[in-house]
Design a protein around this ligand. Structure first.
Ligand code: ZN
Ligand code: ZN
Length: 369
């Protein structure tokens, strides 16, 4: 042990109050890295876990664990044999880094086919924070990167408030968009201008598309423009699906969009509408509707207009490096850091989640130092 201790906000399952605990900071085993977290942001998944949306609330208090998977920090200690990040850049103690909390098992049918997400990816996240190596979640002062976890040096001009959500918000939409192709002069439509949607706009622009964003909140659409949207459609001004479809057709010279991507949290009704916004041969990309949502669809657009439907979750190792590079190249063009609209100290982690639940933040983050 290093003799150093670190604080962690631990939870015991949905419905139980969180508690601050102090754990010894472990020494890294060969191939591992101990990072000092400087900022951790709150993702929609954390909100779902907090509310017990995945599989209901546990009947009894669970063993303590640390929530959160969006973080940025500095290398505190490198384990023996670690001299570079995942992309081969030299890595030293004190360097600013981001990393992925999940690891692919590399041997399941999904990994062997290159399909994400790997069903075994949580196997490396540890069991309870009371056991070594203690620090396996974001809402804490340290994090233990097990050997093989992807880690990336953060470019100097990318501030914590941007790097913090490379995993997972920006990585998730960038990976989804890596599955499509934008021919010259084509258009992309993003349904939903929340955190995921705002990340998607600069990615689509970088892939060469012109971007239309649809939302019903005027303030979000104003931010969408600063994140690269060429046009926005305010659903309060275009209140029916027919009027929004007609507006997309009008903006795209009558053709429709090459790609329509939904990044809405709980509005499955956007899907049939989005499919009708597509150009012939276009692709509908579903990313945000995680949960028991059902949609009724006509099969005819897929049969007689060559429309494709693709879903996506998670991301691969190269996506995180690409997103960091995009941020570094476009830091002057897009207000990447403004996505983190509110910050809180670690001890106010529950308050930060409650603000996210209440919809009073674009994205909330905990600042550790
Ligand atoms: Zn997430
Ligand atoms: Zn696997």
């Amino acid at each position: 042990m290093s003799g150093v201790t670190g604080r962690a906000m631990v939870n015991f399952g949905a419905g139980f109050p969180w508690e601050m605990r102090e754990y010894p900071v472990p020494d890294p085993e060969p191939g591992a890295i101990v990072a000092k977290i400087t900022m951790a942001s709150i993702c929609g998944t954390d909100v779902h876990l907090y509310q017990g949306d995945f599989g209901g609330r546990p009947p009894a208090k669970q063993k303590p664990s640390i929530m959160g998977h969006e973080f940025v920090g500095r290398v505190h200690k490198l384990g023996a044999g670690v001299s570079t990040d995942t992309t081969g850049r030299p890595l030293a103690e004190g360097d600013r880094v981001v990393w992925s909390p999940s690891m692919l098992c590399g041997r399941c049918p999904a990994c062997l086919k290159g399909v994400l997400p790997c069903p075994n990816r949580k196997a490396h996240s540890g069991t309870t924070s009371d056991e070594w190596p203690h620090f396996k979640g974001a809402f804490a002062e340290y994090y233990y990167l097990s050997p093989g976890q992807w880690v990336y040096k953060v470019p100097d001009n990318v501030p914590d408030a941007a790097a913090v959500y490379v995993d997972c918000a920006a990585g998730t939409v960038a990976y989804a968009l890596s599955k499509v192709c934008f021919p010259m002069g084509s258009w992309g439509v993003i349904q939903g201008a929340g955190g995921l949607g705002l990340c998607a706009a600069p990615v689509m622009k970088d892939l060469g598309a012109r971007v239309i964003m649809v939302d019903k909140v005027a303030e979000r659409l104003a931010i969408a423009t600063s994140f690269g949207a060429d046009h926005t459609i305010d659903s309060t001004e275009y209140p029916t699906p027919e009027s929004r479809i007609a507006r997309v057709k009008e903006l795209t010279g009558g053709r429709g969009a090459e790609v329509v991507m939904e990044v809405v949290a709980a509005a499955p009704e956007v899907v049939p509408e989005g499919i009708q916004m597509l150009d012939v041969g276009g692709t509908y990309l579903t990313v945000g509707l995680v949960g028991p949502y059902k949609v009724e669809l006509s099969m005819m657009p897929f049969i007689d207009r060559g429309i494709r439907l693709i879903g996506s979750a998670s991301f691969d190792a190269s996506t995180m490096a690409q997103v960091l590079d995009l941020m570094a190249r476009t830091m002057d063009r897009y207000p990447w850091a403004s996505l983190i609209s509110h910050t809180f100290p670690l001890e106010d982690a529950e308050k930060a989640i409650q603000e996210a639940i209440a919809g009073r933040v674009v994205r909330a983050a905990l600042v550790m130092e």
